[in-house]
Design a protein around this ligand. Structure first.
Ligand code: PEP
Ligand code: MG
Length: 594
């Protein structure tokens, strides 16, 4: 049966492929592809885990006290039976062989399939056996985690980016942690659908940086869509069509071809300077997550990196942080790849929806921090870990000996944070000087992401050389809307006059003091805002490389003076607060139509 789901369109384009479901398990599950050479090893890991669990269950049964109820022994027998049933381990093997999933992923995929079968059983007793199955799978996942070559250790062999089955694949999940998205970067998925998430959640941002169609906040998607269903993801409208009819499929294939032609046309602007009709030159920079993204930035015609989100170097490491030398090598790689163009490296912005790893994602969101977006994140976290912070500062400073580096500090709100940051920087410089390691006196900038920072700008600008406006967070903190929460996504309104007022004020104050000002939030890469930002006086935009050509096209067709004329009405609240095609207000999320 064909049906549709609606969510938030977060990354443009159309993807068509077979669904790969990533189950959310109580046990942390790593998802990655293995290459051909590893298939046998992975099956071996599964076998070892199965034998370990069988041993565990047999021991439990043997050591059961005499007074234990008889049902308990019977239950252990059921678990042993499930463990050896071919529909569990045998079928899991198939996922490894045919899809090249790692053992944990294969197991959770098979659990998903079997759990649905249990749900559909008429007999109450049998239906309730689903819980037993889940317990057995959990034991297996734990055994895999503690066995030889546990998933975290094996994950870097993500080799299997090259793996390509017969059909294109799209990923369907309840949520995908930014750390997991890293695994999928450059991988085989042609689209993403998640149940949760907002337009500027970091999962959405990474999807955009990969230039892959994505829909988030499609509420029930991972429950309703089944493994291997054919899925169309319309990243422009937020519609997800499951098992489409041949006519619908053909229509979307046509749209895919049109989009590709449009992309090729835009790519021709790569080396054209971005100048408005009235002669205003505009700097277009790239946002990157990893040094490996730098070539794409250059390819897209970026004049530098306006935002290197360094926190992605800190993720997926099982809690272990990258040391100074490792970070230095990464920053140096990015700087050298940019061939003398400036690279703005932001100190780590861990916290909120960017935890260090998957396990702490759920801990952070639901258990420990009551409201992680307002918690220990970004510069707050860095200042609470002074050793780690100085290490990062030293690594960034050392990279400055290899090209033009700028240092960017996320989420400053207090003058005390600014002062502590400057002290840490001075100390890091002193340490490098003492150690005889070369560095250059880099420019230091502040991310303007909280309203307090805008109001404190005259003071902050005494300390900082430049500012970069993080509109994703500025909107979140101005309107009190969690950017990762799909249930309030309709209130996340970049056109809100209060938001526009704060952006305009930042640009105006910085320019008045002769300080460089840029926007590196998602608004910079959305053509719907280009003219408004130009009108406010912005001349530096930083975005995902894939968006540079579209923004350039807008700039080439704009008259900056005329744009300025439209700004007062917007700031006065007379403009439309929800511009067509941009605001997410009114969008239906998670609805299902047959
Ligand atoms: C922002 O908040 O706009 C920004 C660029 O930072 P991030 O999205 O990484 O929080
Ligand atoms: Mg931010």
């Amino acid at each position: 049966m064909s049906f549709q789901l609606f969510g938030l369109p977060v990354s443009r384009g159309v993807a068509i492929g077979r669904a790969v479901l990533v189950a959310s398990s109580r046990v942390d599950v790593a998802h990655y592809f293995i290459d051909d050479a590893r298939v046998e090893d992975e099956i071996g890991r599964l076998r070892v885990a199965r034998d370990a669990v069988a041993g565990e269950l047999s021991l439990l049964k043997r050591d059961m006290p005499a007074e234990a109820p008889a049902e308990l022994a019977a239950l252990l027998d059921v678990h042993l039976m499930l463990l050896h049933d071919d529909s569990l381990t045998g079928a899991t093997k198939q996922w490894i062989v045919e899809r090249h999933y790692n053992a944990e992923w294969a197991l959770s995929a098979q659990l998903e399939v079997l759990a649905r079968q249990f749900d559909e059983m008429e007999d109450d007793y049998l239906r309730e056996r689903k819980a037993d199955l889940e317990q057995v799978v959990e034991r297996l996942l734990r055994a895999l985690a503690h066995g030889p070559e546990a998933a975290f250790g094996a994950a870097p062999a993500v080799g299997a980016r090259d793996f390509a089955g017969e059909d294109p694949l799209v990923l369907v999940a309840n949520d995908i942690a930014p750390a997991d998205m890293l695994h999928f970067k450059g991988g085989v998925f042609t689209g993403f659908v998640t149940d949760v998430g907002g337009r500027t959640s970091h999962t959405a941002i990474v999807a955009r940086s990969m230039d892959i169609p994505a829909v988030v906040g499609a509420r029930e998607a991972s429950r309703i869509i089944r493994q291997d269903d054919w899925v169309i993801i319309d990243g422009d409208s937020g519609v997800v069509i499951v098992n489409p009819s041949p006519i619908v499929l053909e229509e979307y294939r046509f749209r895919q071809r049109q989009a590709e032609l449009e992309r090729q046309k835009l790519a021709r602007l790569r080396h054209t300077p971005a100048v408005t009709l009235d002669g205003e030159r505009v700097e277009l920079l790239a946002n990157i997550e990893m040094p490996a993204d730098a070539p794409a930035a250059l390819d897209a015609g970026a004049l530098g990196v306006g935002l290197f989100r360094s926190e992605f170097l800190f993720m997926n490491r099982g809690g272990e942080l990258p040391g100074e030398d490792e970070q230095f090598e990464a920053y140096r790689a990015a700087v050298e790849a940019m061939n003398g163009l400036p690279v703005t490296i932001r100190t780590v912005d861990i916290g909120a929806d960017k935890p260090l790893d998957r396990m702490s994602a759920s801990e952070l969101r639901h258990e420990h921090a009551l409201n992680p977006a307002l918690g220990l994140r970004a510069i707050r976290w860095s200042l609470s870990e002074p050793g780690m912070f100085r290490q990062q500062l030293r690594a960034i400073l050392r990279a400055s000996a290899y090209g033009k580096v700028r240092l960017l500090i996320p989420m400053v709100a207090h003058v005390s944070e600014v002062k502590l940051t400057m002290e840490a920087l001075a100390r890091a410089k002193q340490q490098l000087t003492d150690a005889g390691k070369p560095f250059v006196d880099v420019e230091v900038g502040a991310m303007i992401e909280v309203p307090a920072a805008v109001l404190m700008l005259p003071v902050f600008l005494r300390y900082f050389d430049f500012v970069s406006i993080g509109t994703n967070d500025l909107i979140q903190y101005t309107l009190a809307i969690d950017r990762a929460d799909e249930s309030v996504a309709h209130l996340y309104d970049p056109w809100h006059p209060a938001v526009l007022g704060l952006i305009a004020s930042t640009i105006q104050q910085a320019r008045a003091l002769g300080k460089h000002v840029s926007v590196c939030g998602e608004m910079a890469g959305d053509p719907a805002f280009t003219e408004t930002l130009l009108g406010m006086g912005l001349r530096s935009f930083s975005m995902h490389p894939a968006q540079i050509s579209a923004i350039k096209q807008r700039i080439l067709r704009s008259d900056a003076r005329r744009c300025a004329g439209t700004v007062p009405a917007l700031l006065a609240g007379d403009g439309p607060s929800a511009q067509p095609g941009v605001s997410l207000a009114g969008l239906r999320t998670g609805q299902l139509t047959a």
